[in-house]
Design a protein around this ligand. Structure first.
Ligand code: HEM
Length: 179
């Protein structure tokens, strides 16, 4: 595994002070599966943190683009002694006409971070007091392959919240590893 080299997230703590973060649990049943599978492990680093409730927070990288919300963080799920490995790296939420999507670094080209893959379709967000909420998060066909086809395209993932962390502070919890 290549050493982690921050790119746009170099100033993660400085940028974080701007306050905008993305909160996401990916898929609660998947987290449960990983944490109860043999050698299962979830690692959050490089701008991503695990929260006390088992979900994750990704640091806002640049909030200057209203239709392209970029976050940084490196979230890895592994189990079955390395046979299962899923990575969610540097998620970006992008508006395309009336629909939004969530893309991540295409780890098929790792360690290059030059290619991206649309991981989920987000539909339309709801505007809340603290930010944006995407209640309908649906897996794309290409991301379905990352899960070994166990989740077909269109599978519902956890909702995504984009919030102002200054108004609603996050509380990083302990590493999510099984006992
Ligand atoms: C030794 C290899 C593996 C074994 C023994 C195994 C075993 C299982 C079992 C028993 C379940 C059902 C769990 C339940 O219903 O609670 C399951 C579900 C699942 N497996 Fe695996 N698996 C293996 C490899 C993989 C790989 C390589 C992937 C993906 C890259 C994968 C992804 C999944 C997913 C996404 C689910 C559904 C989890 C959920 O949401 O409930 N598995 N696996």
């Amino acid at each position: 595994m290549a050493q982690y080299r921050p790119n746009g997230c170099l100033n993660r703590w400085m940028v974080r002070s701007m306050g905008v973060v993305m909160k996401w649990g990916v898929k609660s049943s998947f987290r449960h599966y990983i944490l109860t599978s043999g050698s299962g492990k979830i690692t959050a680093m490089g701008g991503a943190d695990a929260l006390e409730d088992g979900t994750f927070v990704f640091t806002g990288e640049d909030t200057s683009r209203p239709h392209d919300l970029r976050f940084c963080g490196d979230l890895r799920f592994s189990a079955h002694h390395g046979m299962l490995f899923v990575m969610v790296h540097d998620p970006w939420i992008t508006r395309r006409d009336n629909d939004w999507d969530l893309s991540v670094t295409d780890v098929g080209h790792w360690p290059a971070r030059t290619h991206r893959m649309v991981f989920a379709r987000l539909g339309t967000p709801a505007v809340t007091e603290s930010g944006l909420e995407f209640p309908e998060v649906r897996l794309t066909p290409e991301a379905s392959l990352d899960f070994g086809g166990n989740y077909p395209a269109g599978t519902a993932l956890d909702p995504i919240h984009v919030v102002d962390d200054m108004a609603e502070p996050s509380h990083p919890g302990p590493p999510r590893t099984p006992a």
